[in-house]
Structures are given as C-alpha cells and as structure tokens.
Ligand binder design. Sequence first.
Ligand code: ASP
Length: 329
Amino acid sequence: MRSSLTLSAAFILAAAVFIGMPNDGMAQNHSNRFTIVIHGGAGTISESMPESVKEQYYASLRKALTIGRDVLANHGTSMEAVEKVLRYFETDPKFNAGIGAVYTSAGTHELDAAIMNGATLRCGAVAGVEHIAHPITLAKLVMEKTPHILLAYQGADNFGREMGMKWVPNSYFDTPERKSELERWMKKIKEHDHGTVGCVCLDEYGNLAAGTSTGGLTGKMPGRIGDSPLVGDGTYADNQTCAVSGTGIGEQYMRYAVGFNINALMAYKRMSLKDAVHYIIHDVLKPGDGGVIAVDRKGNYAMDFNTTGMFRGVANSSGLFELKIWKDK
Ligand code: ASP
C-alpha cells in the first residue's frame, strides 16, 4: 500500500515536471513558445532628438527586453519576467518609474504600479508610494501577502517596510531632467512627458501576465492616482484573452477602461488582438492620448499608439527581437 502511494506520488511529480509546472502552481501545456513586449512610455517624442540620446534609449530598451527574454527562455514564468523587466526600468533614470519618476506640483514623487497574473486573475497594485524603491515588487507583494488588490500612500509604504523592503527618502527618485520638466510645466508649457514603463508576456506554460510602473504625470496634484495601478484601466491580464499595459493620459485610460475593454472586445466580439487594440487606440481614445502594448494567448502581439512615438520592443521564442520608438524605427 505504502509503496503504491509513493509510486503514484512519484508519477504525479514526474507528470508535473513533464507538462511544466510554473511556480505559481498552475500546471499548463508546455509549448516552449513565449512572447514578451515592453514599453517605456508614449508621448511627444521628437524625431530630431540627438543621435547619442536615441542610442541611450535603444540601449536601455535592449537591456530591458534582454532581461525579460532571458527569463522566459530559461523556463521562467511571465510573472517573473514582468517583475524583473520593470525592476530594471525602475533603476534607469531615463524612465518615469522608480528613479526618474516625474514630480507632482508640490515637487515630490508619488509612484503607482500594478501587476496581474492572467492564469488566476490575481493581481496587486500600489498607488502614491513615496518611499519604496521598487513599486512593482511592492505591488506583487500586495497580491501575494494580503487579501487586497490596491494599497495606497502611507499604508502602501508601511506595508513595504513590514515586508522588509528598502525604505528610501523621497529625494531618492529625483533627477534634474524631471525637475526641468516640472519647471516647464509651471511656466504652462504643455507637453505630455513620457517614460512610464510596462511589460506583457506569454510564457511557455501558456500563461499571460501584465505589469505597469510609473511616476504618473508631471505636475499632478498630490493625491492624484492614474490608470497604471487600476486593474482594467492601465493594466490587465486574462489567459482567456490578452495581457495589456497602457501608457498615456491616465484619466482617458480610466474613462474608457482601456485594458478591460481590449479584453472585452476579444471575449465578447471575438475580435483579434490587433483589431481590438487598434479600435481602442484610434476610435475610442483621442489623438495624443497614448498607446498600449498587448499579447494574446497564441503569442500574437500589438504595440499601437496615437502619439508621435512610444518606446517599445518585442521578442519571442522564434528569435524575433525588435526595438522601435517612432512609427517605423
Ligand atoms: N498613464 C500614466 C498616468 O496617467 C502616465 C503615462 O503613461 O505617461 O499616470
């Protein structure tokens, strides 16, 4: 009796290893096929930016995409890839997430982030973070360690401290570039600063995940929360349809529930990923509002925007590795 039990346990374990068992416990078909899409924000991005600056952006995008691609190529999960890519962006001062976050009208930083697992619909988010260096990891901890989805302000920072995350002064997020954007904003020079970061993936287990991290919009009122940490607006993932991360004027993304509606067009209207994304970006949102990246469960992907540019990249298990900023380059 005992040995037949041991035998069946061994059989189950072997079967789990054979079909693939990502560490969130979801056994899925193991296809060896993966796709990853990243963005580093959409907005007014001048094509006449100096060659050296362009190269710096491409180098950062290449690094982020390589980090995520390598996680997936080494049998990691989509959730792991999303977190790792966004943690990288949160340390790169060129992007509006972590160090390099934009300033509020009060000259401070309030960071938002969310992550969602398309296999389980479990998700976690934080808003108004002022002292935790990696909001995306804090969002993942909200998902894993609390019964809640969204923690904000002091409650979010204190939870991070309880979880043993590094506590940083708010000035840790300062950069001179973002400071001068705030100064221009104060002189009423209107521009949509870019740099929010996002990542969506399909892993070899057939699971989708999405994540977004941002400092929000330059000059936002203290207390303003954008679309990025709102599940269904700037971030959404469901294995039945797609994973989406948006970037742009958050209020528009909230008004039109962008992430959820792309998913809904696919689920209810049987639209393809590309058509659903195109419809929301070009027929629902207004020119200049922003862009999205998305991937579906077959590995089809979309990177669409209605601004002058969107920092973006895509890689997959067939060897595709592509980076772009403007329409064709
Ligand atoms: N969507 C972000 C927000 O409104 C900003 C951005 O993506 O540029 O907070």
